[in-house]
Design a protein around this ligand. Structure first.
Ligand SMILES: [Zn+2]
Length: 335
């Protein structure tokens, strides 16, 4: 894999050369984008062996006190505070462990972590360690939702392919999603995992009523999609975004197309969609598009499932699409 060169400040965070006028007390003031640079090199100090082992050897190190035997991971002390400051020694611990807390999930991350959300953040006690290591958590089964990883869940450390020597070089997934060989293997990398076989929810056979509800909801969603594509404001929500989404409901299946401002819904089964959305009741999605409750909430509440974790971003855009259209309609109604 070609190594991607990353900048300390990603390009998208660098503002354009631009100015604007702010009017305060009837006076115009010219404001201009400018910058101040302060780059620095940070030493990992005594934690260097820990980060180097992750980066170069795909190993997790801890430190052991020869007197009390406590193993701390990461090796945050060179001398044991409980044993008259006896010098600790580095040792390797296992890459499987148990969560010692139920991790909260971050769905709406700050811009720094947006490309990583949704993710869980929790503490794992690796086999051989006595203290908990703080890690990010993911699942290969689709979107990360509450309940997938809890206190006591066994997890495995996964190493990113591109490692720079930071704690974000590693994260954990539940071992019940892995093969026995993967669980045993040390230094398991993310490209060795199967991210393409998410666990799609299964729906019971539809009743006649389910099919009627599906037909009706589909019609309403299609009408909304036409309105959204015509609305200048709504188009902004999906500007520059392109996704073909297969939507599965109990009563039937359809396709949703997002294409740089255009939004279209067709009754069609997509062979290779960018991702799959599954919601038993199509009205969940209809309500979201009508701006009656957020679609992101439906995902978090497990009423709507998506096949790819990072496509939560697209769900977020669909919510904006609904909100922007609703706002435009409201303004027009006032005029
Ligand atoms: Zn000790």
């Amino acid at each position: 894999m070609a190594e991607k060169k990353q900048k300390v400040i990603p390009d998208e965070y660098i503002p354009e050369v631009r100015s604007r006028v702010a009017t305060i007390d009837n006076q115009d003031y010219l404001l201009q984008n400018d910058a101040m640079f302060t780059f620095y090199e940070r030493s990992m100090g005594e934690l260097s062996p820990f980060f180097l082992a992750i980066k170069d050897e795909k190993r997790i190190l801890g430190c052991r006190c020869p007197k009390c035997g406590i193993v701390r991971v990461p090796p945050m002390v060179t001398h044991c505070p409980d044993c008259d400051f006896a010098a600790t020694e580095l040792l390797e611990v296992e890459q499987v462990g148990k969560m010692n807390t139920t991790p909260p999930i971050t769905y709406f991350a700050t811009s720094m972590f947006m490309d990583k959300a949704p993710f869980g953040r929790g503490r794992v006690i690796l086999t051989g360690a006595d203290t908990a290591l703080s890690v990010m958590l993911y699942t290969t089964t689709g979107i990360l939702v509450p309940g997938l990883i809890r206190k006591g869940t066994e997890v495995k450390v996964i190493f990113r392919d591109q490692r720079v020597g930071q704690i974000s070089d590693i994260y954990c997934v539940p071992t019940n999603e892995l093969t026995p060989a993967q669980i045993t293997k040390k230094g398991l990398q993310e490209t060795e995992l199967n991210w393409e076989a998410p666990k799609e929810p299964e729906f019971p056979k539809p009743s006649n009523e389910d099919v009627t509800v599906y037909r009706q909801s589909l019609g309403e969603m299609q009408a909304l999609a036409v309105e959204m594509s015509r609305s200048k404001r709504a188009r902004k929500a999906i500007e520059g975004w392109k996704r073909d989404i297969a939507v599965k409901t109990k009563g039937g299946e359809f396709a949703m197309y997002i294409d740089d401002g255009d939004f279209k819904i067709e009754e069609k089964k997509l062979k290779s969609p960018d991702f799959i959305m599954a919601c038993e009741d199509p009205r969940t999605l209809l309500d979201g598009l009508m701006y009656k409750g957020a679609i992101t909430d439906s995902v978090i509440m497990k009423k709507l499932w998506i096949s790819k974790n990072l496509e939560f971003n697209t769900i977020f855009k669909l919510d904006r699409l609904a909100r922007f259209l609703a706002r435009e309609k409201k303004e027009q109604a006032v005029e």
